[in-house]
Write a protein that binds this ligand. Structure first.
Ligand SMILES: *Cc1c(COP(=O)(O)O)cnc(C)c1O
Ligand code: SF4
Length: 336
């Protein structure tokens, strides 16, 4: 079958099927991208530590024949992951592992992270999650009830942030039940969902899902995770349109990544493309220093210089806040 026709067919499949058919080996992905394994510094050992996983919808936005494609770099297991870098550890944000066990992480004023699944549709090489075997963690019903009870009993909590893993990998039935239970809590104002699915598996944004959101009595805020303008393809645009049409506020957070988006042109283009789809740039994170991710690091000095350039180029509302995660702090640390 011609490649384009088979892609078009693939994108008509439901999200579960698209997820099941995601690339999970390097050879298949290279073949699809018209690259030879010899063109790339791939590492089988890195893939054994943290497998390759990338839905076709995301891979389809990579440039064929380009070994330095910024989307490919986010997902390809390479030899650099095996190097050790000073200051990188297995638990750079620590608390998130304990949150994965306890379900609820109440660290910042008025907001809690509620983690219901450790699974993701894509394996991002720069993610701290790579070092934890919780990829298939599903929070059992009992822990979920305990989490909801905690939120009910704390009137100071005005916002619940569903995080993970990717909370939109939960089934519609499970999400509906969860949103109903949260919506019934009087003191909650907002439900925020941190998800990469509108970008990497936009088929997940179905009418049924959006109806579930629309039925919630609380404001729904979605924070997507897009690192490069090329990630915004026609399927992503359709998904965002459906969300916007239903009154959902969309923000974006990115990670500043060497070889992906660490130049002023890429950052400006990202902000412009996001905003043209109704997504407001929110945070630009410095890398969490997890083992295996050192080759993605951009220095704080360079990050500050880039944001200053962005400020001199873009309207203020298109410049994301430069932040870093610091264990024990009362909020994200604002750098600029
Ligand atoms: C990032 C984070 C939040 C959300 O922070 P905002 O600044 O409101 O986006 C909440 N709780 C924890 C533990 C976090 O790490
Ligand atoms: S948590 Fe987010 S950044 Fe990490 S692997 Fe999942 S989708 Fe990628």
């Amino acid at each position: 079958m011609p490649e384009q026709l088979s892609e078009t067919l693939h994108f008509t499949k439901n999200w579960q099927q698209q997820l099941a058919e995601a690339f999970n080996n390097i050879e298949d992905l290279c073949h699809y991208l018209h690259l030879s394994l010899n063109d790339l510094p791939v590492s089988v050992a890195a893939a054994e530590n943290f497998p390759l996983r990338v839905p076709l919808s995301f891979a389809a936005s990579m440039q064929k024949g380009n070994p330095h494609d910024p989307l490919l770099r986010q997902v390809l297991p390479i030899k650099d992951e095996l190097f050790t870098y000073p200051g990188f550890s297995n638990d750079p944000v620590g608390d998130l592992t304990s949150a994965a066990q306890a379900g609820v992480l109440h660290k910042y004023h008025g907001r809690v992270l509620f983690i219901n699944t450790g699974s993701c549709a894509i394996n991002c090489r720069y993610c701290f999650r790579r070092n934890f075997p919780y990829s298939d963690l599903q929070l059992g019903k009992q822990k979920e009830s305990a989490g909801i009870q905690y939120i009910q009993e704390n009137p100071g909590i005005s916002e619940v942030i569903l995080s993970g893993g990717d909370p939109l990998l939960l089934s519609d039935a499970r999400l509906t039940r969860l949103l109903q239970q949260l919506s019934a809590i009087r003191h909650l104002k907002r439900i925020r969902i941190h998800t990469r699915l509108p970008i990497v598996l936009p088929a997940r944004i179905t009418d049924e899902l959006v109806n579930t959101f629309a039925q919630s009595a609380k404001q729904i805020v979605i924070v997507v995770h897009c690192n490069h303008a090329n990630e915004i393809n026609p399927r992503v645009i359709a998904a965002c349109k459906l969300l916007k049409k239903n009154g959902i506020t969309l923000f974006n957070q990115s990670v500043l990544l060497k070889g992906v988006n660490d130049n002023i042109a890429a950052l400006c283009e990202l902000s412009e493309q996001l905003f043209s789809q109704g997504i407001i740039p929110y945070y630009l994170h410095l890398l969490d220093k997890a083992i295996g991710t050192g080759h993605f690091e951009v220095s704080e000095t360079k990050a500050v210089a880039l944001i200053k350039q962005a400020q001199a180029t873009l309207p203020g509302y298109l410049v994301p806040k430069l932040v870093k995660e610091q264990a024990g702090a009362m909020s994200k640390q604002y750098i600029l």
